[in-house]
Design a binder for this molecule. Sequence first.
Ligand SMILES: *[C@@H]1O[C@H](CO)[C@@H](O)[C@H](O)[C@H]1NC(C)=O
Ligand SMILES: *[C@@H]1O[C@H](CO)[C@@H](O)[C@H](O)[C@H]1NC(C)=O
Ligand SMILES: *[C@@H]1O[C@H](CO)[C@@H](O)[C@H](O)[C@H]1NC(C)=O
Ligand SMILES: *[C@@H]1O[C@H](CO)[C@@H](O)[C@H](O)[C@H]1NC(C)=O
Ligand SMILES: *[C@@H]1O[C@H](CO)[C@@H](O)[C@H](O)[C@H]1NC(C)=O
Ligand SMILES: *[C@@H]1O[C@H](CO)[C@@H](O)[C@H](O)[C@H]1NC(C)=O
Ligand SMILES: *[C@@H]1O[C@H](CO)[C@@H](O)[C@H](O)[C@H]1NC(C)=O
Ligand SMILES: *[C@@H]1O[C@H](CO)[C@@H](O)[C@H](O)[C@H]1NC(C)=O
Ligand SMILES: *[C@@H]1O[C@H](CO)[C@@H](O)[C@H](O)[C@H]1NC(C)=O
Ligand SMILES: *[C@@H]1O[C@H](CO)[C@@H](O)[C@H](O)[C@H]1NC(C)=O
Ligand SMILES: [Zn+2]
Length: 319
Amino acid sequence: MNRLVVINAALFVLTAISAAGGSWCYHDPSCGDTTWPTIATEHCNGSRQSPINIVSASAVVDATLTTFTFTKYGDNYTMKNIKNTGKTVIVKLRSGVQVTGGALSEAYDSLQFHLHWGNGTSVPGSEHTVDGTRYPMELHIVNAKSSHNGNTTTAVTDSTGLAALGFFIEAMPGNVTGSPAAWNTLTSYLANITLKDDIVKITHAISLDELLEGVDRTKYYRYNGSLTTPNCNETVVWTVFKDPIKVSQDLIDLFSTKLHIDHNSTSDLMTNVFRNKKPVNGRVVTTQGSSSTALPPSGASTTNSSLGLMALVWMLLMV
Ligand SMILES: *[C@@H]1O[C@H](CO)[C@@H](O)[C@H](O)[C@H]1NC(C)=O
Ligand SMILES: *[C@@H]1O[C@H](CO)[C@@H](O)[C@H](O)[C@H]1NC(C)=O
Ligand SMILES: *[C@@H]1O[C@H](CO)[C@@H](O)[C@H](O)[C@H]1NC(C)=O
Ligand SMILES: *[C@@H]1O[C@H](CO)[C@@H](O)[C@H](O)[C@H]1NC(C)=O
Ligand SMILES: *[C@@H]1O[C@H](CO)[C@@H](O)[C@H](O)[C@H]1NC(C)=O
Ligand SMILES: *[C@@H]1O[C@H](CO)[C@@H](O)[C@H](O)[C@H]1NC(C)=O
Ligand SMILES: *[C@@H]1O[C@H](CO)[C@@H](O)[C@H](O)[C@H]1NC(C)=O
Ligand SMILES: *[C@@H]1O[C@H](CO)[C@@H](O)[C@H](O)[C@H]1NC(C)=O
Ligand SMILES: *[C@@H]1O[C@H](CO)[C@@H](O)[C@H](O)[C@H]1NC(C)=O
Ligand SMILES: *[C@@H]1O[C@H](CO)[C@@H](O)[C@H](O)[C@H]1NC(C)=O
Ligand SMILES: [Zn+2]
């Protein structure tokens, strides 16, 4: 496999994740989520679909759900660009960003993150719900199993080929605006991508750790599910963190007031961009022990330069 194949394959995976499924939508009755099983027949009507409502009292304790190690999540320059897809806002990450541990079978590369929301803070729009509670927003970091090296043939059929990290977002209490600073910076880009397919480079220093601030990343739910957009592939190991990220209300409101779903500003604002819950169908949701002994808050982000170096050497060897 040469370098070009690797790059093309990686691009293909990204495209397949963010843009697959043809003419689906969230609201029009002719293409909204109830119609997805007829639009993307292969997977959207499957038996391990996402999102789900997580019933906290039914979560099974699993002591093997260890802590994660986040590589380059503390790096200020991993975010390549930000794009309005007409369905969400997606931020592409540079190579070398990784997640390991957390009872994942091996290392996964963090490829992109995107968000789901409702209509400001008044109409919540997270995809997962916990005991019926829907949060204002949900952030998804999409990761692909590193060992596939972009081999789409093996990646798309692997039932654990993708690992999604879900983070709830709720309004920061008190009369605060423009906070946290990293979210203020990130959302400042929304004014530059108001129309579908608008894309701009990210030039500010922002790290994933800063966006995830305040979340104890040792506390999470785990279940086997799917992509929440067509083609709804059932290849996703889901991690849904219990603690929400706190973002000031004015910044949450920007998502539903700045972005349009089509190529001109007369098109609808992007609101309620989340899929409704799917049946659990006997699936088990697992979580850590209920022991409340405080582990150190897992910002646990490690910039592993040796990993980065190995990746670089690997790329050079490919030429
Ligand atoms: C999806 O599954 C449900 C229940 O199993 C079934 O009633 C429905 O016809 C299926 N829809 C499609 C498009 O296959
Ligand atoms: C979203 O909220 C705004 C005001 O809060 C309202 O004008 C608008 O109609 C809402 N949009 C939808 C799709 O409900
Ligand atoms: C992908 O993996 C399959 C199965 O291991 C292998 O046969 C195929 O050659 C690989 N494709 C590439 C492009 O490496
Ligand atoms: C989802 O499955 C379809 C086949 O049904 C495949 O073409 C596509 O590449 C898969 N997408 C991902 C992201 O695995
Ligand atoms: C909130 O803060 C703004 C300016 O920072 C101030 O004008 C306003 O009175 C405050 N509102 C409340 C309810 O404290
Ligand atoms: C974003 O828009 C602002 C104001 O409209 C402009 O000053 C800035 O250069 C734009 N940034 C990018 C990266 O396009
Ligand atoms: C990363 O950016 C933040 C905020 O802009 C800054 O406070 C911090 O010093 C930067 N870290 C490094 C290692 O440059
Ligand atoms: C998810 O599927 C994998 C592979 O089939 C299995 O080993 C694992 O126990 C499942 N996880 C849960 C939480 O059911
Ligand atoms: C905006 O798009 C709509 C249909 O999506 C079209 O009818 C309208 O003419 C467009 N307006 C402009 C200014 O291009
Ligand atoms: C970083 O890389 C070194 C050498 O490859 C390895 O021993 C260490 O476990 C890695 N640490 C993390 C957090 O991945
Ligand atoms: Zn998502």
